[in-house]
Design a protein around this ligand. Structure first.
Ligand SMILES: C[S@@+](CC[C@H](N)C(=O)[O-])C[C@H]1O[C@@H](n2cnc3c(N)ncnc32)[C@H](O)[C@@H]1O
Length: 196
C-alpha cells in the first residue's frame, strides 16, 4: 500500500486494484464534468477519477472487482467526499438509471489466454483477442443510460482500434472525437469524448 497525491486528492493504493497510471491521469486531467452533473464512472479502480469528478458532480462509481469497490469507499472517506459505490458488471448495478456523463478507463489491451494470469487484476487490462471485448459491450449499452445531451468519455489504446470506436459512436448518433492523447513507443493512449 502507498499513498499517491493528485492535486489535493490523496489516494491509497490497494492490493488487487489497478494502481493509477498514465491512462488514469489522462482521464482525470481532461474531465468534461459540469456543476450538478449526474456522473457514472464504470471501472473506478482506486476511485481517483470518481473523487475528482465529485468536485462538480453527483457521482456513482462501479467496478466488477470487489476489492476496487472497497478501495474506492476507503478513498472517498480519506478525501471526505460522498460517492455511491456499487459492485457489478458494466451497467448492471445501475439498471434503469440515466446520467449526464459516463466515464470509463477501459481494459483495452489485446490479450490471448496465455497473457492472462487468472487473477482479478487481469480485469483491469485484458481486452480479449482484439482488445475490444469490454469496449464493444460498453458501447452497445451506453446510449440507454445517457440523458439527452449526455456525454461519454472513454480511454483506450490505439492497439484496440480507436477508429472503430469513433465509427461505432458516430453510427449511434454521437458527435465523437479524440480530445486528449499520449504517445508511447508502441501505442497511443487516447481519450475519446462523445456527445449525443
Ligand atoms: C484500466 S482500469 C481503470 C481503473 C481506474 N478507473 C483508473 O483509471 O485508475 C479498468 C477498471 O475497470 C474494471 N472493469 C473491467 N471490466 C469491467 C466490467 N465489465 N464492469 C465493470 N468494471 C470493469 C477493472 O476491474 C478495473 O478496475
Amino acid at each position: 500500500m502507498k499513498m499517491i497525491r493528485y492535486g489535493e486528492i490523496k489516494i491509497k493504493t490497494c492490493e488487487n486494484v489497478y494502481e493509477p497510471a498514465e491512462d488514469t491521469f489522462l482521464l482525470a486531467d481532461n474531465l468534461d464534468v459540469r456543476e450538478g452533473d449526474r456522473v457514472l464512472e464504470i471501472g473506478t479502480g482506486t476511485g481517483l477519477v470518481a473523487i475528482r469528478a465529485s468536485e462538480k458532480g453527483d457521482v456513482t462509481a462501479t467496478d466488477v472487482n470487489p476489492a476496487a469497490v472497497k478501495c474506492t469507499q476507503e478513498n472517498a472517506i480519506i478525501n471526505g467526499v460522498e460517492l455511491r459505490v456499487l459492485q457489478g458488471d458494466l451497467f448492471d448495478p445501475v439498471e434503469g438509471e440515466k446520467f449526464d456523463v459516463i466515464l470509463f478507463n477501459t481494459p483495452y489491451l489485446p490479450a490471448t489466454g496465455d497473457d492472462a494470469t487468472g487473477d482479478v487484476l487481469d480485469l483491469a487490462w485484458n481486452g480479449g483477442p482484439d482488445g475490444r471485448m469490454v469496449i464493444d459491450r460498453f458501447l452497445d449499452e451506453v446510449p440507454a443510460h445517457l440523458k439527452p445531451g449526455g456525454r461519454v468519455q472513454l480511454v483506450q489504446s490505439s492497439l484496440s482500434d480507436t477508429e472503430k470506436t469513433l465509427q461505432k459512436l458516430a453510427d449511434m448518433g454521437f458527435d465523437a472525437s479524440v480530445t486528449a492523447s499520449e504517445r508511447y513507443f508502441f501505442e497511443e493512449i487516447v481519450l475519446i469524448t462523445a456527445m449525443i
